[in-house]
Structures are given as structure tokens and as C-alpha cells.
Design a protein around this ligand. Structure first.
Ligand code: 13P
Ligand code: SF4
Length: 352
């Protein structure tokens, strides 16, 4: 639907009034009406790197979800304030690993005698607490665009990896990129005593995968892939690595949102694509490439409901509040958590 012209005008006016004092970041899964006002768009890695790109901006308005705003707060200067236009924009995957659960898991690994040879690798899609845990235990953060390099690094540091919280990214990267087998991976269930694993299973495993997943990418199935191949002969299936292993295995190409965008940019006119990622991005790609056939991998619609919480009314409210001298919805990470979380994020940013 077209955006309300009055709101568009108000967003434009507020942004112009703030000038260089505000820097607006937008994740690729954001609505078009929000992306239109972003100074920078990107995947989680690019946004983490770019968050610190405008040290002169007092306010960083983060159009994305809570864990991204926290990371931006950690990576930007103390004088800069990070604003999330709707505090309810969380991530169900990030919520699947709490600090208490992860501390308990580390105790389980310690009891099994493997904690000192295990390196935590945490997906960007995790709370600042989990990033701090990762930093404290010598691990790194990764995103879907550098998970392979992060795992390579981690296996140089230790014999095992505890991968948090997305089992699919962990498994897909280990099996597709690192040459590990499915049997090298075990699934740690935080809702079961000892993660539902025996000490022997933990000692035998190379990858200990946390039982978390993305509810958006988790909806694509092998049927979605078979279906689209039957419907569109010659289609290239391109999916995000947060999809299940069977979906990734059946796909032709796999990569982060930034990778997906670049693949479409490089594609031949007339080529056919089925994309397995969030729908705002897929619709934008279809619009941007009228010379190619670009379809959503599944028949059902599949937005990320929390990403979608940031809409034009929330963005206008945040910007107009700033113009009026109020700073709403500031995301702050406490200094102790920040110190360790930053160590883990810096390690990621320094990966070759
Ligand atoms: P990327 O932007 O890193 O591809 O991550 C996708 C995602 O699910 C963000 O929440
Ligand atoms: Fe979280 Fe999935 Fe939404 Fe990304 S797409 S914010 S991982 S729920």
C-alpha cells in the first residue's frame, strides 16, 4: 500500500530539521516506507560496521530489531544515542537464548570436562548478554555473511564450538562450508536437563548447536522448494542460511540478505529466481528487477512481524520527538555487559 502522504511529508521535514544530527539505519527486512528514509541499508553485518560511520551524529535511529540496536549502542561512541522506533521490535530467535540458560549450559559443558576446549560463536541475532558471555569465554560473534570465517577462526582456537542461538545457521555452515558431518553436530535443548544430551554425546560432538531458530525462515520447507521447481522450470532457488538444512541442501544458492541482493544484481535478464527470505526484501527485489522473474519461495506470505513493527508512524514519531528535544526509546547496554560484548563484536569485525 502507498504510504500516507502526510506522514511522508512529516518524516521528510523532521529528517531535514535534524540534518547531520541524525543517522538512520535500515535493515533489508524493513518496510519500503521506512527504507525510503534510511541513510544506509544493509544486512546485520553491514549495519554493525556502518553504525559507527557517523561519529558526529548525536542520534542513531535504528530501523531494525532490538539486538541490532544494542549492537549499535555497543559499537558507537558514548555521546551517541541509539533509538529503536518501537521497543516491541524484538526477535523471537534472540529470545530463545537467555543469559541464565547459557550460563547453565556452560556448567553442563564444564561438568562434561569440555568447557576449556569449547569456543562460543554467537550469531549477531542474540541479546547483548549472550554477546557478553561469548566475549568473556574467548568467543566471537558472527553474522550470516561471515559465519564460515568465524567457525574457521573458532576451530583454530579450540576443538569444539558452542553455536548460539540459531541451530540452522550453525548446522548449515558446519556441514556446507566446514566439511563436518551431521553426526558431528548435537542439539542442545535448554529446556531439558543437561540439554537433553549425555556427557558422551557432548564429548564426541564438534558442534554443539543451541536449539534456536528463526520463525520466519523456519517456515520454508522441502515442499516449498519442490513446489516452486515444478511451477517454474529453470528457476534458481536462493535461500538464507537461517533456513532448515533440508531446504538449504535442496537450494541452488545460499547467502545473507546482502548476498541475495548482489546475486540478483548480477543475474541475467530473463532469469528466474525463487527467494527464501523475508517478504519485504523479496517484494523489493521483484520490483527492482522487472526484467527477471523473482518470486517468494513459499506460497504463504512470510513477513517478520517484529521487523514490521517499525512502520512510518513509529519512524515519524521518533524523528519528531527528536526535533522537539525529547529522545525516545533509547537502547543502552550497561558498561560491564558492553565491555565483554564489544570484545566479541570486535573479534568478528577483525575476522579476515
Ligand atoms: P542478515 O541481514 O545478516 O542476512 O540476517 C537476517 C536476519 O534474520 C536478520 O534478523
Ligand atoms: Fe529474528 Fe527471524 Fe525476524 Fe530476523 S527474520 S529478526 S532472525 S525473527
Amino acid at each position: 500500500a502507498a504510504s500516507d502522504p502526510d506522514l511522508v511529508e512529516r518524516a521528510r521535514a523532521a529528517k531535514a530539521a535534524l540534518g547531520d544530527r541524525v543517522f538512520i539505519l535500515g535493515h533489508h527486512y524493513q518496510r519500503d516506507e521506512v527504507i525510503e528514509f534510511a541513510d544506509v541499508t544493509g544486512d546485520s553485518f553491514k549495519l554493525a560496521r556502518d553504525a559507527a560511520a557517523r561519529p558526529e551524529a548525536e542520534y542513531i535511529v535504528f530501523c531494525g530489531v532490538h539486538f541490532m540496536a544494542e549492537s549499535a549502542d555497543i559499537l558507537t561512541g558514548p555521546a551517541q544515542q541509539v533509538i529503536l522506533p518501537d521497543l516491541a521490535a524484538g526477535c523471537s530467535m534472540a529470545d530463545m537464548a537467555t543469559a541464565e540458560q547459557v550460563a547453565e549450559c556452560w556448567d553442563v559443558l564444564t561438568d562434561a570436562g569440555i568447557a576449556d576446549v569449547t569456543v562460543p560463536v554467537s550469531y549477531m541475532n542474540s541479546s547483548a548478554d549472550i554477546k557478553a558471555f561469548t566475549g568473556k569465554h574467548g568467543g566471537t560473534i558472527c553474522t550470516s555473511s561471515n559465519a564460515e570465517r568465524a567457525l574457521e577462526w573458532a576451530f583454530e582456537q579450540g576443538q569444539k564450538v558452542l553455536f548460539l542461538p540459531d541451530q540452522h545457521l550453525g548446522r548449515n555452515t558446519a556441514v556446507r562450508e566446514m566439511g563436518l558431518s551431521l553426526d558431528d553436530c548435537v542439539l542442545y535443548n535448554p529446556h531439558k536437563p543437561n540439554g537433553g544430551l549425555t556427557e558422551q554425546q557432548l564429548r564426541d560432538a564438534k558442534m554443539i548447536l543451541w536449539r534456536g531458530h528463526c520463525s520466519v525462515h523456519g517456515r520454508f520447507s522441502l515442499d516449498s522448494v519442490n513446489d516452486v521447481r515444478a511451477r517454474i522450470p529453470g528457476v534458481t532457488v536462493l535461500v538464507h542460511p537461517e533456513c532448515k538444512h533440508e531446504v538449504v541442501s535442496a537450494a541452488d544458492m545460499v547467502g545473507s540478505t546482502e548476498y541475495i541482493i548482489k546475486a540478483l544484481d548480477a543475474a541475467e535478464p530473463g532469469s528466474k529466481w525463487a527467494i527464501g527470505t523475508e517478504l519485504n526484501l523479496v517484494r523489493r527485489l521483484a520490483k527492482a528487477h522487472p526484467d527477471k522473474e523473482v518470486v517468494f519461495l513459499d506460497r504463504a506470505v512470510c513477513f517478520c512481524s517484529t521487523m514490521n513493527r517499525i512502520d512510518l508512524p513509529h519512524l515519524v514519531w521518533a524523528l519528531e520527538s527528536l526535533v522537539e528535544g525529547r529522545v525516545p526509546n533509547v537502547i543502552t547496554v550497561d558498561p560491564e555487559t558492553e565491555k565483554y560484548a564489544k570484545a566479541a563484536l570486535d573479534r568478528m569485525l577483525a575476522l579476515p
